[in-house]
Design a protein around this ligand. Structure first.
Ligand SMILES: Nc1ncnc2c1ncn2[C@@H]1O[C@H](COP(=O)(O)OP(=O)(O)OP(=O)(O)O)[C@@H](O)[C@H]1O
Ligand SMILES: [Mg+2]
Length: 271
């Protein structure tokens, strides 16, 4: 597994001594629903490749962070944020006057698979609509993406069937494959394996490791074993604040903070 140099900064410092470009840069980021501060003063910089696992108890604010990175939260009237978010070197708001451009670059897959009410093939084709491709080119990209998501062998003979006829695990792999045809520059995965079978789950882990060699991926997971298997970097979030972040080797070692070790071993946190 690749281990790109990590420049994750927690706490209050926003100093950045690294010349490495950052695909995601949050500085003093706080998120609110109405008057409630849900995430407080998060600082992080993610390098251009690698898998970052975001772990922490329920309600810690993990999804809230992801939902601001591609501005899904701005659709909620009560949601707001302060501080800085940069995605691929551009301010997440001013740098993307057309939010579609942001969402094309920053793919997102959720806990519950969300397939469109059409065939497997048409689900894949939707992502390609904006690109001017011949039928043959589109088919080739679709096949490659389905293969990358370990789904091709299971669906190649029934691409015209409704996507809703697939099992939950297959639907989730379809969502990943569909995200891939857009050629995203960042992938955000919010507990993509939480509600699916172990075989699909392992296939998704393999997908994440493979894609993480090319692009940055942030994946929320409650499965500590999974974070240990797939991450290059880990961020431990509790009660809206980053407790600790670092390389996988550090976070799963005896050198990590006591709270991190307690959470990793007992999946419990008293923050
Ligand atoms: N639309 C909303 N309006 C008001 N509060 C919200 C909204 N969405 C989330 N919250 C609250 O924000 C807090 C953080 O929620 P978030 O979904 O980010 O947590 P999480 O770490 O992803 O938890 P989980 O592991 O259970 O998915 C929770 O207390 C939640 O109730
Ligand atoms: Mg969540």
């Amino acid at each position: 597994m690749s281990s790109p140099k990590l420049s994750l900064v927690s706490g209050h410092s926003s100093a950045d001594s690294s010349a490495e470009p950052h695909c995601i840069h949050m500085d003093g980021f706080s998120a609110y629903y109405g008057d409630n501060c849900i995430v407080s003063d998060v600082n992080l910089r993610l390098p251009p490749k690698g898998v970052t696992c975001l772990i922490g108890p329920s309600g810690a604010g993990k999804s809230t962070i992801l939902r601001w990175l591609n501005r899904i939260n701005e659709e909620s009237e009560r949601a707001s944020f302060s501080g800085k978010i940069e995605v691929l070197g551009r301010d997440v708001l001013k740098g993307y006057p057309d939010v579609t451009e942001l969402r094309r670059k920053v793919g997102m897959v959720f806990q519950q698979p969300c397939v469109f009410p059409c065939s497997i093939y048409d689900n894949m084709l939707m992502g390609l609509r904006s690109r001017k491709l011949s039928k043959g080119e589109a088919r080739s990209i679709i096949e490659q993406s389905l293969k990358a998501a370990s789904l091709w062998d299971e669906v190649s003979h029934r691409l015209a069937q409704p996507a809703s006829a697939l099992s939950l695990g297959q639907q989730q792999r379809l969502c990943l494959a569909r995200a891939l045809v857009l050629e995203p520059e960042v992938l955000l995965l919010d507990e993509p394996t939480a509600s699916i079978d172990p075989v699909s789950s392992r296939a998704i882990e393999a997908f994440v490791i493979e894609q993480g060699r090319e692009i940055p991926i942030i994946m929320v997971t409650h499965n500590i074993g999974q974070a240990k298997r797939i991450s290059d970097h880990v961020i431990f979030l509790c009660d809206g604040q980053i407790v600790e972040q670092g390389t996988r080797a550090h976070m799963f070692s005896m050198r990590s903070a006591e709270k991190t070790r307690t959470y990793i071993t007992e999946e419990f946190c008293d923050c």
